[in-house]
Design a protein around this ligand. Structure first.
Ligand SMILES: [Zn+2]
Ligand SMILES: [Zn+2]
Ligand SMILES: [Zn+2]
Length: 256
């Protein structure tokens, strides 16, 4: 069984957006408040997060996670990696480095730019500890779990979505190569990026996401990585086909 917790469901700026006075950013509905997108996957043996953006610290406090085994990275954009310094807390309590999985380009960005101080020859005491694990587009193991990467394109940037058992998480993409679709058959739950209603250069918009959902026909689907332009959560719920809902921060999903 998997337990999925939506740690954040917002686009790169989160919702509300700093300085924005639009009705969605001013909404009192807690489901209209979206931290940067991330998801916690808990199996009997493993606690895995996909991405660790700038809200990672607060997300860990908010869900009360006591042990983190691994981080799977979709790509190197700041809203997906910016919070990784805060794995230190887990390093201290678990007395071990955090295992980080991503493709070569993404891990190079982590090592050379985003967190170069972690990999410096002379290390400052107390810095985060991470083991970088390079993955390719083929199944790999994280503890007792088998993870299947799903290739997507984020404008021209190759990114990975991930499938674990009958759950898949696809964010920050606006194209999925035809040969990848076979990996997404027979899903119980799909979480997929749906930035807004208008088209966008690097993200599926709402109608494009709904097309993918229709084709894959998972038992249920949730939208994530939403901007304030998607509208109110409550109103969006009423417009979606049955079996599709907007995700919201804190949502928990159980998969048999
Ligand atoms: Zn993003
Ligand atoms: Zn706004
Ligand atoms: Zn991105």
């Amino acid at each position: 069984m998997l337990k999925i917790t939506l740690l954040g469901t917002g686009t790169s700026q989160g919702v509300p957006v700093i300085t924005c006075k639009c009705p969605v950013c001013l909404s009192n509905d807690s489901r209209d408040k979206r931290l940067r997108s991330s998801v916690l996957i808990q199996s009997e043996t493993e606690n895995i997060v996909i991405d660790a953006g700038p809200d990672f610290r607060y997300q860990m406090l908010r869900c009360g996670l006591q042990r983190l085994d691994s981080i799977l990275l979709t790509h190197e954009h700041k809203d997906h990696v910016g919070g990784m310094d805060d794995i230190r807390a887990f390093n201290y309590t678990q007395k071990s480095p955090t295992e980080v999985f991503g493709e070569r380009r993404v891990l190079d960005a982590i090592q050379k730019h985003e967190f170069a101080y972690v990999f410096a020859n002379k290390k400052y005491p107390g810095i985060p500890q991470m083991n970088l694990n390079v993955i390719e587009n083929k199944p790999f193991s994280v503890g007792n779990s088998t993870i299947i990467p799903i290739r997507g394109l984020h404008h021209k940037l190759p990114v990975f979505g991930y499938r674990i058992e009958n759950f898949a998480y696809l964010t920050d993409m606006n194209f999925i190569p035809e040969e990848e679709f076979v990996k997404l058959n027979n899903l119980d739950t799909l979480i997929i990026t749906a930035l807004r209603t208008a088209t966008h250069i690097s993200h599926f918009n709402l109608s494009e996401s709904l097309e993918i959902i229709k084709r894959l026909a998972p038992k249920r689907a949730f939208l994530t990585h939403m901007s304030h332009n998607i509208g109110f959560h409550e109103e969006l719920c009423r417009t979606l086909p049955s079996g599709v809902l907007p995700a919201y921060d804190g949502l928990q999903i159980y998969i048999d």
